[in-house]
Design a protein around this ligand. Structure first.
Ligand SMILES: NC(=O)c1ccc[n+]([C@@H]2O[C@H](COP(=O)([O-])OP(=O)(O)OC[C@H]3O[C@@H](n4cnc5c(N)ncnc54)[C@H](OP(=O)(O)O)[C@@H]3O)[C@@H](O)[C@H]2O)c1
Length: 326
């Protein structure tokens, strides 16, 4: 038997239950994986509260790292004993568990230089940072970005990666301590968006021009300020909606604010091609193994404390990445 978090109805963190589950043997194309560490991502809260609808009851979590214990028929990309990591969407749901069956396709073999704990802290957030930095826009040194939630899991990785590309990084944060952390990870400037008007500060910091690209993972509360922070023909990247979804958007607004571009990308579409996933993972692993990008695992929990972990994440208590240690 394995232990797992399951939920029977959508709602607040209290719906999460810690249970014993039978795992069984892998079928064709599947592996049985023993987890060493499991990633806690903001997307997990969207599944839990019903923002991303899924059938009930269900497991939770889309990212973990561990060791392959058994492989089913036709599996060729991993072997028994391999250390692997994975992330995904509905295809990997059920990561909040000590052991599980999973399709082999999302699994990525880990180099010796990357621990399972680091992998669980960065497979989702690091691959997201990789496509945001390497696929969304053809950045040149000297370009400027506005990065919301700069002290968060995705934020700290993007900030470091952006500096490797020679970008000017303006990060938003909600406290002085988070501002310090964001600056220590590459932000040239920080704005406390709980107290300051973001677009006004961005205009002041960029000589009135605005930034080339905004990475907005906050959504509802920051959307309009983000558009107002962009240069003419700048790019607005809606990365996520930590403060709630953006409703009632009229595309005419993009014309009125300077012929802006807008995209709402999802990691799944940037790692669907195995060769592209391998290339992005290779770049990420290389930066992390060499120390150019540091993965900050600032919160560690036991699996049975999943509800508390969700409360901490949603009440903005966390910085960097959070993981469950199995
Ligand atoms: N599109 C994709 O492919 C993709 C992939 C992975 C993640 N994401 C998105 O990226 C974002 C970051 O994910 P993460 O797991 O690294 O989380 P995170 O950034 O570590 O945590 C969320 C942060 O958002 C900020 N925030 C602002 N307003 C908030 C509010 N009303 N409620 C809660 N938090 C608020 C908080 O930072 P402050 O206190 O500093 O404001 C908080 O720490 C999420 O929106 C997630 O959905 C998108």
């Amino acid at each position: 038997m394995a232990n797992a978090i399951r939920f029977y109805e959508t709602g607040g963190p209290e719906v999460l239950r810690y249970e014993q589950v039978a795992v069984g043997e892998p079928g064709p194309g599947q592996v049985r994986l023993r987890h060493a560490a499991v990633g806690l991502n903001y997307a997990d809260t969207y599944f839990r509260n019903g923002t991303y609808p899924i059938p009930m009851p269900n497991g939770l979590g889309v990212e973990a790292a561990g060791v392959v214990e058994a492989v089913g028929e036709g599996v060729t990309n991993v072997d028994v004993g391999d250390r692997v990591t994975y992330t995904g969407f509905i295809n990997t749901l059920g990561a909040y568990s000590t052991e599980r069956l999973i399709p082999a396709a999302p699994l990525i073999r880990l180099p010796d230089s990357i621990s399972c704990e680091t992998a669980a802290a960065m497979t989702m957030r690091g691959l997201t940072s990789a496509y945001l930095m390497r696929r969304i826009h053809a950045f040149k040194p000297g370009d400027s970005i506005l990065l919301h939630a700069a002290a968060g899991g995705v934020g700290l990785i993007v900030a470091q990666w952006a500096k490797l590309l020679g970008l000017t990084v303006i990060g938003t944060v909600s406290s002085g301590a988070k501002a310090e952390l964001a600056r220590a990870h590459g932000c040239d400037f920080t704005i406390d968006y709980s107290r300051e008007d973001v677009a006004t500060r961005v205009r002041a910091l960029t000589g009135g021009a605005g930034v080339d690209v905004v990475f907005d993972s906050v959504g509802k509360n920051t959307f309009l300020g983000s558009l107002d922070s962009l240069k003419r023909r700048g790019l607005m990247v809606c990365v996520g909606t930590a403060s709630g979804p953006i409703d009632g958007f009229n595309p005419q607004l993009l014309a009125m604010k300077g012929s802006l571009y807008l995209t709402r990308p999802a990691l799944a579409d940037y790692i669907a091609d195995p060769a592209e996933k391998e290339a992005l993972a290779g770049e990420l692993f290389d930066h992390v193994a060499s120390g150019r990008i540091k993965i900050e695992v600032n919160q560690k929990y036991e699996l049975q404390d999943a509800a508390q972990a969700h409360r901490d994440l949603e009440s903005r208590q966390t910085t960097g990445s959070s993981v469950f240690i199995i």
